[in-house]
Design a protein around this ligand. Sequence first.
Ligand SMILES: NC(=O)c1ccc[n+]([C@@H]2O[C@H](COP(=O)([O-])OP(=O)(O)OC[C@H]3O[C@@H](n4cnc5c(N)ncnc54)[C@H](OP(=O)(O)O)[C@@H]3O)[C@@H](O)[C@H]2O)c1
Length: 290
Amino acid sequence: MVKPMENRIHLLTGGTSGIGKEIAIACAKQGDTVILLARNVPKAEAMIQEFTQSHPNAKGSFNVVNADFSDLQSVKTACEEVRSKYTTIDIINNNAGIMNFDYQESKDGIEETLQVNVLAPLLITHLLLDLVSKNGKILFTASALHQGDINFENLEFKDSFSAFKVYRQSKLGIILLTRYLAKEYANQQVGFYAIHPGVVNTQLGRSAGWFSRLFFKLMGTTPQKGAETHLFVLGKENHELVSGEYYAKSKVTKITPQSYNMKTARALLLRCKEYLQPYIDSKKSFFETE
Ligand SMILES: NC(=O)c1ccc[n+]([C@@H]2O[C@H](COP(=O)([O-])OP(=O)(O)OC[C@H]3O[C@@H](n4cnc5c(N)ncnc54)[C@H](OP(=O)(O)O)[C@@H]3O)[C@@H](O)[C@H]2O)c1
């Protein structure tokens, strides 16, 4: 049972489709102000209009801020817009993600899965963490597809691309960063959580061939069900949860030994720093960890 949510400022990415859309609707119904960081503003606005018509008594509301994660300047500009409108945020819910079935580069010339699934959420967290309220939460949508290790020699899988390899690595990366940030910020009462939603029938495999799309359709649960673990974590107080943990089926779940390796996590953070250097705020100590 999700606890009542009132007046929380909830920044959500990937809220225009699939799991994120369900989270957005559930949280706005219960009183959150949901800031949708969306690449497709007309799509977000249409969703809000539909919500307003079908939930006239909703306690919460929406605000749309444009951000395309394939363009790091756009992410930075969006964070500046958020800062200009809000002095505190209670939740940063890093949910947007992609699974590309062929090699794509972002506007920044970086393999797109790495950028959208890892670099953009890390940049958002870096630029907005100081706005997060005491007892606030940072969520990252992870995946059970996180086996193996980080390929530091070829982080972008140039010339050896596989949809599975890049996606798997991006989700291991986000789990490692969740654990690392939880340790770094342990004394600040902010909770960091990695969430696996299950296999869910969404638009995630949109660029796949018919066979993989059919797999998602036949094997995937509904987006409503996929949102349950997020809503479980969002409905608890931080002292009822374990910061840095991976949650699946609304429970802390033990996963691969590689995902607990803080040396790997730190090395990854430093590699991410290299990519993000032009967009980093040097006044913040986020990347200056020991
Ligand atoms: N579905 C599963 O079985 C499954 C399993 C484990 C983990 N996950 C994770 O769950 C999260 C949500 O995915 P989903 O399954 O709900 O898929 P989805 O229906 O495709 O939703 C993905 C969301 O991310 C947004 N997005 C994609 N690229 C973006 C970009 N460049 N800039 C800004 N936003 C962007 C999409 O925006 P648009 O609406 O504009 O396309 C959409 O709102 C992802 O992190 C995914 O990896 C999914």
